[in-house]
Design a protein around this ligand. Structure first.
Ligand code: AVI
Length: 314
């Protein structure tokens, strides 16, 4: 089960974020709070939806291009995955590139142990060296990887859930953590037509709606919230000017509730902004690399040009 950007997820942090975010003129709750247990399971279900093309498209690109990627990066690399891999993507990469070691990095030690153990059984002889750390901050590599050259792996367009300035900060931090002569393989979703994008974030079965509304359930469960969930509706909209899908929770009628020790009122139509998911053209992705200390080496898309896998180096 993936937990994208599930950092700083302590209770106090959530309470503070709700108190601060709901007091702002444009109400906001950061997307990292989606990923409690229920939210992580809903995200897993999203990745299988017919409308949510990124996951299966990225897997397709990786399986078609794994040999080419292996040829470019060469054997004997330590693969550092930002977020612990549990998807089909990690084994595809590891099988192709003959790595010296695999280092999954995740904030949750428990989650990390489980996914590292599951992966290790499929790769006997490969040193699997999990690191429990917040990968949005520089962290120290396990000494056991020695001088093996490093390849960072950051699939899933997870970078898209960060504002552009935070995305460049994170990519710079990856560069510092991975060091000189390192490479980065990163999956980034591509900007495309409104219809495809909005369907991907507002599916017919309502799984993405449940994922978004789970934030309100989480406030009720964890922060003594009294939110009438049925007073809110899920909305996903493509903001073409900013190149991002936005998710909101919109008040369907005038509503009021207590949460995290405060009282909040929302008139009908007021909305809480819960997620941005940035999408990039090829040129934007290359500029993003250059502005954060990386050199674009190669990139691949699927036949419909929906999703891209980029290979960068220092
Ligand atoms: C985790 N992240 C890359 C997903 C995305 O597409 O932005 C989260 C998501 N939100 C709604 N659907 C999926």
């Amino acid at each position: 089960m993936a937990r994208p950007l599930a950092v700083h997820d302590q209770h106090d942090d959530f309470a503070d974020a709700v108190r601060t975010g709901l007091a702002q003129p444009q109400k906001v709750i950061p997307a990292r709070f989606f990923y409690d247990h229920a939210g992580s399971e809903l995200f897993e279900a999203i990745t299988d939806l017919p409308e949510y093309y990124p996951t299966r498209t990225e897997v397709g690109i990786l399986s078609a291009r794994a040999a080419e990627i292996a040829e470019l990066v060469g054997p004997g690399r330590a693969v550092i995955e930002f977020g612990s891999g549990s998807s089909a993507k990690t084994p595809l990469l590891l099988r192709a590139i003959a790595p010296a070691a695999y280092v999954p990095v995740d904030i949750s030690a428990e989650f990390l142990q489980q996914s590292a153990a599951a992966l290790a059984t499929g790769f006997p002889g490969l040193p699997v060296l999990p690191v429990a750390a917040d990968f949005t901050q520089p962290f120290r590599m396990p000494a056991a990887i020695g001088n093996a050259p490093r390849l960072g792996f950051f699939p899933g367009s997870t970078l898209g859930n960060l504002a552009p300035f935070a995305a460049t900060d994170l990519l710079r931090s990856f560069a510092a953590t991975l060091g000189d002569a390192s490479w980065l393989l990163i999956g980034l979703d591509i900007a495309k037509d409104r219809e495809t994008l909005e369907a991907a974030y507002d599916d017919a079965q309502g799984v993405t709606a449940a994922f978004n509304l789970n934030l309100l359930h989480r406030i009720n469960r964890e922060l003594g919230g009294t939110i009438a969930i049925e007073d809110f509706a899920h909305r996903a909209v493509w903001n073409a000017d900013l190149g991002r899908i936005e998710m909101h929770l919109v008040a369907r009628r005038d509503t009021a509730f207590d949460a995290a020790g405060q009282h909040f009122t929302l008139p009908e139509g007021e909305h809480i902004h819960t997620e941005n998911s940035y999408k990039w053209t090829r040129l934007e992705a290359r500029l993003l690399a250059r502005s954060s200390g990386w050199l674009p080496v190669a990139d691949w898309t699927d036949a419909d040009g929906r999703f891209a896998l980029h290979l960068w180096r220092r």
